[in-house]
Design a protein around this ligand. Structure first.
Ligand code: NAG
Ligand code: NAG
Ligand code: NAG
Ligand code: NAG
Length: 428
């Protein structure tokens, strides 16, 4: 019986595999270099949006052509999870419409497993909180059209002291595949002081050997600068320590590695805190805007069964999600700062169709005007752009030339798409 199920799972994932096989990575900014468009952009464009490392490292498992989206249990539930919560969350993702907007991964974090392996050395789901087992849960989640993610650790224990997968990579990967798991978050606790570069590849190889396409999310907290090597190892890699539900942002740490992100492998500044209550509406909007612009994974971290209207409004903003999921896959970055402690900031990034996303982020304690100058964005000063406001969902009246300014509330972020229209006659 068990064997039969295992074979079935293998066959299933092989079928899915065929669909993904041979997917080609989107070419790097090629369209920007075409003569017909280059006149919109200044010579500095390629310096400001350095993509010299974009797509050079690829895991080639056919996944992560855009940053992953979904939900993860940790930020809200921590260790208090159960199969009921996972199922109800799955239902809520579907009924709220979030699943349809792209949030398609339902990711279980730490605490799903029993404190000990069984006599055969296999991981066992906690019998009280996950009595039906993970295979049944995966079937349930798949039945709703979504994907199931699981969690383990590249150490001898997980952070909550459940069995880790270090030295058990093959067994555990095969078990996850037999359950139909689609995604693995792989943590970094109890790692015996062995360097990440040695501990993370064995699980990559073990997942690959299952023949199933399993998204591999490295969570080694940015130790040893994973952007420099993890593209060949995982589909995303944490660049920072754990996020928390406060205004102390870790966006700046992630920004440093912007040139390394690209289809197939993403920098990960950790999961979203939107809706968990520790920040204001403006702060959550800024958090979501900047995560989307940075091509960060959009993994919801609140209780989606019980969201406020404001939380839902932020998470369901289709135009901001589209920035994150743009097929060009270039990470936006901080391009200009001014004000006390550099708290008035312009963040921007290239999008497909020769467009730019531009965020005006006010990290100061009171409302201020923030100005984006064209030279900071890599635009020729004579380029005219139309401006769409992604939070107001409307075009800003009149095209902009040489600069664009807006009043931004304290801790808020305005987000726009600039579409180049024409270059004024004098320079042609
Ligand atoms: C396994 O790795 C090879 C080599 O990188 C790759 O071509 C293949 O698609 C991978 N298969 C899976 C299932 O990840
Ligand atoms: C959730 O679990 C944490 C420990 O991981 C505990 O401190 C907290 O009280 C629990 N919260 C609820 C709502 O049960
Ligand atoms: C939250 O994260 C920030 C940035 O990493 C850190 O400085 C701060 O101490 C953390 N706060 C708590 C309560 O953990
Ligand atoms: C729903 O969230 C509110 C806070 O937004 C909280 O007061 C309430 O207890 C939650 N309800 C449930 C059933 O969790």
């Amino acid at each position: 019986m068990k064997k039969k199920r295992f074979v079935f799972a293998l066959v299933l994932c092989l079928i899915i595999d065929v669909g993904f096989a041979g997917r080609v990575v989107v070419p790097l900014l090629q369209s920007y270099e075409k003569a017909s468009y280059s006149r919109f952009f200044s010579r500095n464009f390629g310096k400001i949006f350095d993509t010299s490392n974009y797509g050079i490292l690829q895991l080639n498992n056919g996944l992560a052509s855009t940053p992953q989206m979904g939900w993860n249990s940790w930020n809200f539930f921590a260790c208090n999870i159960s199969e009921t919560i996972i199922k109800e969350t799955t239902d809520a993702l579907v009924s709220t419409g979030l699943a349809e907007l792209g949030y398609d991964h339902v990711n279980i974090d730490d605490c799903w497993s029993s404190p000990l392996r069984d006599l055969k050395g296999q991981l066992v789901p906690d019998t009280i909180t996950f009595p039906s087992g993970i295979k049944a849960l995966a079937d349930y989640v798949h039945g709703k059209g979504l994907k199931l993610g699981i969690y383990s650790d590249a150490g001898v224990f997980t952070c909550q002291v459940r069995p880790g997968s270090l030295f058990h990579e093959k067994d555990d990967a095969a078990l996850f595949a037999s359950w139909g798991v689609d995604y693995l978050k792989y943590d970094n606790c109890f790692n015996l002081g062995i360097e990440p570069k040695k501990r993370y590849p064995p699980m990559r190889d073990a997942l690959n050997e299952t023949g199933c396409s399993i998204f591999y999310s490295l969570c080694e907290w940015g130790v040893d600068d994973p952007a420099l090597w993890a593209g060949k190892v995982g589909n995303s890699w944490r660049t920072t320590g754990d996020i928390n539900d406060t205004w102390a942002s870790i966006a700046d740490i992630n920004d440093k590695w912007a040139s390394y992100a690209g289809p197939g492998g993403w920098n990960d500044p950790d999961m979203l805190e939107v809706g968990n209550g520790g920040m204001s509406y403006q702060e959550y909007r800024a958090h979501f805007s900047i995560w989307a612009l940075m091509k960060a994974p959009l993994l919801i971290g609140c209780d989606v069964r019980n969201m406020t209207a404001e939380t839902f409004e932020i998470l369901s903003n289709k135009e901001v999600i589209a920035v994150n999921q743009d097929p060009l896959g270039v990470q936006g970055r901080k391009v200009y700062v001014s004000g006390t402690d550099n708290c008035l900031q312009v963040w921007a990034g290239p999008l497909s169709g020769h467009r730019l996303v531009v965020a005006l982020w006010n990290r100061c304690p009171k409302a201020e005007t923030i100005t984006a100058q064209w030279d900071a964005l890599g635009l020729e000063s004579s380029t005219k752009v139309s401006v769409r406001d992604l939070w107001q969902h409307k075009q800003v009246t009149g095209d902009a030339v040489s600069s664009f300014a807006a009043q931004v509330d304290a801790h808020d972020c305005q987000m726009y798409i600039f579409t180049p229209r024409t270059v004024t006659r004098s320079v042609i």
